[in-house]
Write a protein that binds this ligand. Structure first.
Ligand code: ADP
Ligand code: MG
Ligand code: MG
Length: 291
């Protein structure tokens, strides 16, 4: 019920996105987490400027070879998030095969970060690489609405559309799919789907999440980490795992908004930095407030 996670994501010096958003919660849930930082930036790219370095595919592979030379490549989970280039994504594929040659049972949790609300934030040629090569080798996929639309080449305007998109993704490979949010009249609708075997229809569920009128960064990265953490503890109960993940996350977002308000900021004006450390009790022991 615990595990060893290789997490390949961004690192920011200040603030919580990518690995900064995923590593601490997974550690709180009892996982050994080995982070590889795909970039190291001063701050997230939503600020007016940022500085830093980008890791390329060869440099990623170097680190993998270093681990391999010392027999350190046994992982139960691989976790990936934002990836900015096709060459880096192709190296991720090599990492998946390499880790599975050491542990055939490796679970690959893939957040196919492509964009949000109709806008791509990666080069367009990444979309087909995800669709054709990465999705087929993923165990669990956690797209948002826009990403699920791009990967399934369908429009998602309703709960039914979301369930159908999950079926298309299952047919491509992953047995677990969570569409983390579909925008439906002011609310966020999460749709989860677990195909336990190929002969039966997947078990599907939804969670309605009231939209908080603010923008947060790092929530998608945190959500995927929590889904990894809880779905591994409840392997046959994706609905329970999602309830726990959403409950933690909503407590954290509420705390974030309240903190900004009491400091006198207008929480609608710009993107809010999540109160991750302050929410550690809500991550360790979520009160299940979302069903
Ligand atoms: P991404 O960041 O990849 O676009 P989502 O937008 O689906 O992912 O956000 C991930 C999760 O964060 C959602 O499932 C939801 O629980 C939570 N969340 C994000 N923004 C809000 C918001 N404004 N109000 C309430 N919950 C939010
Ligand atoms: Mg979003
Ligand atoms: Mg996301």
């Amino acid at each position: 019920e615990t595990g060893r996670v290789l997490s390949i994501q961004s690192h920011t010096v200040q603030g919580y996105v990518g690995n900064k958003s995923a590593v601490f919660p997974l550690q709180l849930l009892g996982y050994d987490v080995d982070p590889i930082n795909s970039v190291q930036f001063s701050n997230h790219t939503g600020y007016p400027t940022f500085k830093g370095q980008v890791l390329n595919g060869e440099q990623l592979w170097d680190l993998i070879e270093g681990l391999e030379a010392n027999d350190l490549l046994f992982y139960t989970h691989l976790l990936t998030g934002y990836i900015g280039s096709v060459s880096f994504l192709n190296t991720i594929l090599k990492v998946v095969y390499k880790l599975r040659s050491v542990n055939p049972n490796l679970t690959y949790v893939c957040d196919p970060v492509l964009g949000d609300e109709g806008k791509l934030y990666v080069p367009e040629d990444l979309v087909s690489v995800y669709r054709e090569k990465v999705v087929p080798v993923a165990s669990m996929l956690t797209p948002n609405q826009f990403e699920a639309e791009l990967l399934t080449e369908t429009r998602i305007g309703s709960e039914t559309d979301g369930r159908k998109a999950c079926n298309i993704i299952h047919a491509a490979g992953p047995s677990k799919v969570v569409i983390t949010s579909i925008n439906i009249d002011g609310n966020l609708l999460l749709i989860g789907s677990h195909q336990k075997d190929k002969e039966h229809a997947p078990e599907q569920f939804k969670i309605v999440i009231p939209r908080i009128p603010a923008y947060f960064t790092g929530t998608g990265d945190l959500m995927t980490a929590l889904l990894l953490g809880w779905s591994n503890k409840y392997p046959d109960n994706l609905d329970k795992a999602a309830e726990l993940a959403v409950s933690s996350l909503q407590a954290l977002l509420q705390r974030t908004v309240n903190d900004y308000k009491s400091a006198g900021y207008d929480s609608r004006s710009s993107s809010l930095e999540i109160r991750l450390i302050q929410s550690q009790d809500d991550i360790r022991n979520p009160k299940t407030t979302f069903k």
